[in-house]
Ligand binder design. Structure first.
Ligand code: NAP
Length: 293
């Protein structure tokens, strides 16, 4: 690990719109404080129009890195000097590092997903059946991750065209091991598709605070032999996870993905091993503050 304690003060950012409810500043600032690093993390509301100006400012300031959230994860790719193969594959950047005046973009969501599965003890069976609800950025990351395993993937999405676009993107990568079929949300086959799944992933915001009374697969209750991964992390236990757990299904919370993707960015920016337990503790504390507002 490099000696950062003698380095000059630098600010890290989360840019996007909206950013108000992000708990990234609390998580990263707790790490900086814990390790006595001369850094600080803050959020900045940035629209697509302002993005080129902000990037120039960051370069001039010589900051080390920043995170990117909606709606800039795709747009930013047009303005970066370099993009990692993984971010190219997903088609989205969530972390940027500035090195020698050059902006380098990557995507740490896949690492977040992989570590979440490992932590939960999920074992990828050959020819696993997976249902992915959603076709936005999070779903692209999930599908890219699954493309490493022989998988029969059913993508269910409100807008069928968006699911088809995701399927086309996956098919365009020859190394992809996933066989994909797309369905519109609430289609007649939905129940039977869910019934035969080994793993169900929610990559929509359905069930997210303050609309915590909703669940993306209303009408289906996952069973004991099934796994459910909800990428929503606020609340930590969503309605989907609650009903799944009650019926004996195994669950993975979006909180793990949130922590592990942030941990990966931290490691990538400053080559420093993060304290995962501290990150989780701070996240849980701050999410409970938001949900009680
Ligand atoms: P996104 O790019 O905006 O995509 C949203 C997806 O959800 C789209 O497929 C959209 O369908 C669908 N959707 C949105 N509202 C819906 C509704 N009311 N009914 C049915 N479908 C709806 O968002 P994203 O970046 O993929 O994020 C999705 C969720 O994952 C968010 O809750 C986000 O917080 C979470 N997430 C978590 C992590 C983590 O670290 N845990 C990381 C990334 C994202 P259409 O195609 O029809 O618009």
């Amino acid at each position: 690990m490099e000696d950062h304690t003698s380095k000059s003060y630098s600010t890290f950012y989360l840019i996007g719109n909206p950013v108000a409810h992000s708990i990234s500043p609390q998580i990263f600032n707790a790490l900086f404080e814990h390790f006595h690093l001369p850094y600080n993390y803050t959020k900045m509301l940035v629209t697509s129009q302002k993005l080129p100006d902000i990037l120039n400012t960051f370069k001039k300031q010589g900051i080390i890195g920043f995170n990117v959230t909606i709606p800039l994860k795709n747009t930013i790719m047009d303005y970066l000097d370099e993009i990692s193969p993984i971010a190219k594959k997903i088609g989205a950047v969530n972390s940027v590092k500035i090195q020698n005046g050059r902006t380098i973009g990557t995507n740490t969501d896949i690492q977040g997903i992989q570590n979440s599965f490992e932590q939960a003890g999920y074992v990828h069976q050959v020819n696993q059946q997976v249902v992915l609800v959603g076709s936005g950025g999070a779903a692209y990351a999930a599908a890219s991750y699954l493309s490493n395993y022989t998988t029969t993937l059913s993508i269910i999405n409100r807008t069928l065209e968006n699911a088809e676009n995701l399927r086309r993107n996956m098919v365009s990568h020859p190394e992809n091991k996933v066989k994909i079929t797309c369905y519109p949300l609430h289609c007649p086959q939905e129940e039977s598709i869910l019934e035969s799944a080994d793993l169900i992933i929610n990559a929509t915001p359905i069930g997210m605070w303050p609309q915590s009374d909703y669940d993306p697969i209303d009408g289906y209750i996952p069973k004991q032999n099934q796994w459910v991964f909800d990428m929503v992390y606020n609340p930590i236990e969503t309605k989907l996870l609650r009903k799944s757990k009650l019926n004996g299904a195994k669950t993975i919370s979006g909180l793990d993905m949130l922590i592990y993707q942030a941990a990966e960015a931290f490691r990538w920016w400053i080559d420093w091993v993060p304290n995962i337990e501290l990150m989780k503790h701070v996240a849980v504390q701050n999410l409970s503050i938001i949900s009680s507002e």
